[in-house]
Each structure stands twice: as structure tokens, then as C-alpha cells.
Design a binder for this molecule. Structure first.
Ligand code: FMN
Length: 210
């Protein structure tokens, strides 16, 4: 199966027709193409998209460490993964570790809870730029955050929040070679609350119905 077919299969059901690209074809694979590296030029675009996200007072509280497979930094991430993430994260050629400023540091003041909000929005930009570049991303929070913060040298003022596994989605053959658990996670049905359950008209509790 090609990447294009794969992304079509994984598109939201129902609602795909309402959603523009690249949001429509974004999903989080559990098996990446281990043989296909991510070029620096493409990665530059992802980080630029993340940097150009809006933020509270333009505070830009995010910080990213780019980790390529086969480097000592990748060993730090791999050794810190939860059991549930240790099987699939290392199949991605790149992991970007995402953190946000939560304490004053070098004259920069944190913006309270908005530091978390802003990081999430910046990561969303990164993931969509990745999708538009033919890549896939899979975010993960299941790892020893302190070990990664220490191992990658984040100052204590930064809170490490997530890793973002980045790569090309595996084709059929590679997926077939993956263990059963990963194959199941890769093909797992994608579900969401209905719009009427999360969007309200005029007041909370009155489902938005168009
Ligand atoms: C903050 C955050 C933490 C996540 N942590 C994990 C994780 O530790 N392991 C994992 O397999 N997926 C993780 N995910 C991925 C979600 O499970 C996934 O995005 C969700 O099931 C929706 O699937 P989709 O991205 O294909 O739409 C995380 C996603 C986010 C945004």
C-alpha cells in the first residue's frame, strides 16, 4: 500500500469531507519506514512552522531538541521510553523533544498556564507542516521526563512535555514484519466525540447543530 492510499484509509470517518488538508490526512502511525531518513531541509520547515505559531504576547515559550536515530541523544530518549512506547518510537528516524518555559530564565518571564497552551499550538503547527511535507508524526508523553530533560541538557526552567516521532509511514511490507501489537496499533480505528458533544450553541450544554 502506498502512503497516499494509507492516508486515505486513515482519514476521519465521518467528517473527512469537512476537513481541509493537511489536517484530513494526519494520523499517528505506529510503524515508520526505518530505511527512509528525513532530510534536513524538510526538518528545517517543520521547525520554522513551529516557530511561527502564535503565542501569548508573542512569548514563544517553546524549546525543541532534535534527536536523530543513531546518536547518543537518541540513546537517552530510547532508554527513557515507557514500555508501551519502546516498540514503536525507535522506528522513527527523528524524535523532536518539546519543552516549554515555566520559570523565569535569562530575563524571560513565563506566562503561567499559557506556556502549555502555546507549546501545544506550536507542536500542532509542526505536525501539520510535517503532514504537508509527506511525513507523519506521532506525539508521545510516555517516557521518563526527568531523565530526558537531564540527558538532553534542558535548563530546569523548561518543562519537557512530549516527544514527537517523525518519519515516513511504513509501507505494507514493513508493517507486516512488525509484531502483532504494533500492527494492531497501526491499524486501530480512529474515533472522536461528535461535534455536538464538544461544541455548543450559545451556552454550554446546548449542542451546536449548525
Ligand atoms: C500530549 C500527547 C501525548 C501522547 N502520548 C502518547 C503516548 O505516550 N503513546 C502513544 O502511543 N501515543 C500517544 N499520543 C498519541 C495519541 O494517542 C493519538 O494522537 C490519539 O490516539 C489520536 O490518534 P491520531 O493522532 O491518529 O488522530 C499522544 C498524543 C498527545 C497529543
Amino acid at each position: 500500500m502506498t502512503t497516499t492510499q494509507e492516508t486515505l484509509v486513515r482519514a476521519p470517518r465521518p467528517g473527512a469531507e469537512l476537513i481541509a488538508e493537511p489536517m484530513r490526512s494526519r494520523w499517528s502511525p505506529a510503524v515508520f519506514d526505518t530505511e527512509r531518513p528525513v532530510g534536513s531541509d524538510v526538518l528545517d520547515g517543520l521547525l520554522a512552522a513551529a516557530a511561527w505559531a502564535p503565542s501569548t504576547g508573542n512569548s514563544q515559550p517553546w524549546a525543541y531538541v532534535v534527536v536523530r536515530r543513531g546518536t547518543p541523544a537518541h540513546d537517552v530518549v530510547r532508554d527513557a521510553l515507557s514500555r508501551g512506547n519502546s516498540g514503536w518510537v525507535p522506528t522513527a528516524p527523528v524524535v523532536v523533544v518539546a519543552a516549554t518555559l515555566v520559570e523565569e530564565w535569562e530575563g524571560r518571564k513565563p506566562m503561567g498556564d499559557f506556556a502549555l497552551y502555546d507549546l501545544g499550538q506550536s507542536v500542532a503547527h509542526l505536525t501539520l507542516q510535517a503532514q504537508a511535507s509527506g511525513l507523519h508524526t506521532h506525539q508521545f508523553a510516555g517516557f521518563d521526563h526527568d531523565a530526558v530533560a537531564r540527558g538532553l541538557g534542558f535548563p530546569p526552567a523548561y518543562r519537557v512535555m512530549t516527544g514527537i516521532a517523525i518519519g515516513y509511514v511504513a509501507g505494507d511490507e514493513l508493517v507486516a514484519e512488525a509484531d502483532e501489537d504494533l500492527q494492531g496499533r497501526h491499524a486501530k480505528e480512529r474515533v472522536r466525540h461528535g461535534v455536538g458533544e464538544v461544541a455548543y450553541a450559545g451556552e454550554f450544554g446546548t449542542p451546536y447543530a449548525g
